[in-house]
Structures are given as structure tokens and as C-alpha cells.
Design a protein around this ligand. Structure first.
Ligand SMILES: Nc1nc2c(ncn2[C@@H]2O[C@H](COP(=O)(O)OP(=O)(O)OP(=O)(O)O)[C@@H](O)[C@H]2O)c(=O)[nH]1
Ligand SMILES: [Mg+2]
Length: 329
């Protein structure tokens, strides 16, 4: 059975709206990337060097990342030889299978969130300005609240005017408490209070907002260190996740941001926002493969339920859905 057929069996009749979210959110990338691949296989009669060269170009344009593309093309060439594939349309299914394999082949790190079952879980969000930290916290608070968890938000961005209000708007919308100090105050002190408050209210999950940091602003990086230190001191083993938020529309620049943050703090996972806003959704693979940090959540729109746990199979289904649904009828 082809991989397309497998994905079709698994997802095309699924009624959960998660698959739909991936399909909708990836429509720009699908129109760009998958359609180009489709054109390519329609133009070639056999799978030769020229075919692979064009495919390489398409993948690079989709922001898959140079190293990842090279790996993918090598693997595909081997697969084509091994399975004796000569028909380009069969290659399409093989490409999608390799995309999932490449995503999953990294270290043991998974998309699982390190939730403490019997005690407070602290999740710290970091990233440069405007990537979607505050919005992601709002969406995640909603998701956990839906699961019956008691959630509290910490307004750790005391730097940008309006940041505290923005988090409060989310708190009201979702119906969770926000711990805040005044603008310009010490974010580490906000975290300290938020932890005390979370304990007093037996909260399950504390989501901590931080100021957008430009990598070169040494003082802001130092501030982040201090915030982490306070959390660690109050709760050994915390923060249980440090999620780096990256904006998918910034492409390869997102990779550079990730490399910088990785140097100064222990990033445990990535939230890749605004996938719905880019035609270059291949960036998911580049991030996973070149940084070896798992993508734990993806932002597929601006609404409250547009944040989804990342699932490589649903992602690839979203990328190729029009072809998959037609192909294997
Ligand atoms: N389309 C789309 N927009 C998003 C997504 N996530 C966030 N946004 C938008 O991105 C903009 C910036 O989001 P914020 O949450 O304020 O970003 P931030 O990282 O907190 O920014 P600073 O507080 O300035 O550091 C907002 O307009 C959000 O609605 C997403 O997944 N898709
Ligand atoms: Mg913010």
C-alpha cells in the first residue's frame, strides 16, 4: 500500500476538526509546494537527474532547509532504486513518506509536553518580538482549561507598554487568572508571586509570558536567566518546558533565532506560529532536522482553537491533501 493510501485511510474520513485545521492552515503551502510537485511529476516521464534537480529546487523554495533537502533527495534516490520506481507519480507518495520519516528520525525527543501529574507544571515562553508568545499562551490556556486543568498566567513581559493588558485580555477571554505587576517592574518578581499564587490556588499549570528579546540585547538575555533562576529555586525541576516561539513567516531567520536562544537557554521545544500565513511551511522540517528541537505546537490561525499539537502525519496530509484525496480514489 502506498503511503498516500495509508494517509488517506487514516485521515480523509476523520471527523475531528484537528485534521481540518491542518488542512486549512497549510493551504498556502499546499498551493505553492504540493502543486509544484504535482506539476513536476506531470511533466516528467521518468525519474532522472533533472527530475531530482527540479525537486531539490522546489523543496529549497519551500524553506525545507539545505541540509534537510540534501538528505531527503539522497534518501529518495535510494528508495527509487530499491523499489525500482520509474513512474514520477509514485515518487510523490515516496516524498511524503520520507518527509514524515525525516521528521521522526531525530533524537528521542518527542512532541510530548512534560506535564507534572500531581504538582504544578511551569511552562516558560521565550522568543523575539511579535512572534506570537502572548497569543500562544492564550490559546494554550484555553486548550488546558478545556481539559479541565486549573491554569494561571504570569505577566512576565513588563517591558513593552500594553503587554500586561494584552495578556489580561486573553485571561478574561479564556477565564483564567493573571498574576501581574506594574509596567517596568522586575519580571523575576512577577514569577515569584505567580508561583506563590499558583500554589495557594492549587493550580495545575502556570504559563509564563516574557518580553520579546532581540538576541543581541544582553540585558534582556540576562533578565531571562534571572527569571529562570527564580523559577528553579522555587520549584526544583521547573520550568518543566521552555518553549521557544518562532514565526514561520520569517523563514530561515527563525532558524538563526533558534540557534541563538539555544546557546543561552535550555530550549525544550518549539512553537511554530503563523504557519497559516506562509507558503513556505517546509520550515517545520528544517527546524526539526537542523536544530534537533521538536516542534511541539503549531499556530494555524489567530483564533483561540487554532493552536494544535504538532503531528508530522497530519502535517504531511495537510500538505498533500488535495492530491491524496484525488489520487487514491
Ligand atoms: N495568522 C496567525 N497569526 C498569529 C498566530 N499566532 C500569533 N499571531 C498574531 O501575531 C501577532 C503577534 O502576536 P503576539 O502574541 O502579540 O506576539 P508576542 O511574541 O507576544 O510579541 P511581543 O509581546 O511584542 O514580544 C498578533 O497579531 C497575533 O494575532 C498564528 O498562528 N497565525
Ligand atoms: Mg507578548
Amino acid at each position: 500500500m502506498s503511503f498516500f493510501q495509508k494517509l488517506k485511510d487514516k485521515f480523509s474520513k476523520s471527523t475531528d476538526n484537528v485534521t481540518e485545521k491542518f488542512k486549512d492552515g497549510l493551504s498556502k503551502t499546499r498551493n505553492n509546494f504540493a502543486n509544484k510537485v504535482n506539476d513536476l511529476v506531470a511533466r516528467y516521464r521518468k525519474v532522472d537527474e533533472d527530475f531530482f534537480e527540479e525537486l531539490e529546487e522546489i523543496l529549497i523554495q519551500a524553506d525545507v532547509g539545505f541540509n534537510t533537502v540534501m538528505e531527503l533527495i539522497d534518501e529518495l534516490k535510494m528508495e527509487v532504486k530499491r523499489k525500482n520506481i520509474s513512474d514520477p507519480t509514485e515518487v510523490q507518495s515516496a516524498i511524503s513518506e520520507k518527509l514524515v520519516e525525516i521528521y521522526q528520525s531525530g533524537e528521542k525527543t518527542t512532541g510530548h509536553i512534560n506535564i507534572q501529574e500531581d504538582s504544578l507544571t511551569v511552562i516558560l515562553f521565550v522568543g523575539v518580538n511579535g512572534v506570537g508568545k502572548t497569543t500562544t499562551i492564550g490559546k494554550l490556556a484555553h486548550m488546558y482549561k478545556q481539559q479541565g486543568k486549573n491554569v494561571i498566567l504570569a505577566a512576565g513581559d513588563t517591558f513593552r507598554a500594553g503587554a500586561i493588558d494584552q495578556l489580561e485580555v486573553w485571561g478574561n477571554r479564556v477565564g483564567v487568572d493573571v498574576v501581574k505587576h506594574s509596567e517596568g517592574s522586575d519580571p523575576a518578581a512577577v514569577m515569584f508571586d505567580a508561583i506563590q499564587s499558583a500554589r495557594a490556588k492549587s493550580a495545575d499549570i502556570l504559563l509564563c509570558d516574557t518580553a520579546g528579546r532581540l538576541q543581541n540585547k544582553v540585558n534582556l538575555m540576562n533578565e531571562l536567566e534571572k527569571v529562570k533562576r527564580v523559577i528553579e529555586r522555587e520549584i526544583p525541576g521547573a520550568p518543566h518546558e521552555v518553549l521557544l516561539v518562532l514565526d514561520a513567516t520569517t523563514g530561515q531567520n527563525a532558524l538563526l533565532q533558534a540557534k541563538t536562544f539555544k546557546e543561552v537557554t535550555n530550549v525544550s521545544g518549539i512553537v511554530l506560529t503563523k504557519l497559516d500565513g506562509t507558503a513556505k511551511g517546509g520550515i517545520v522540517l528544517a527546524i526539526r532536522n537542523e536544530l534537533n528541537i521538536p516542534v511541539k505546537f503549531v499556530g494555524l490561525g489567530e483564533k483561540m482553537d487554532d493552536l494544535q499539537a504538532f503531528d508530522p502525519e497530519k502535517y504531511v496530509y495537510g500538505l498533500f491533501s488535495t492530491i491524496i484525496e484525488k489520487e487514491a480514489e
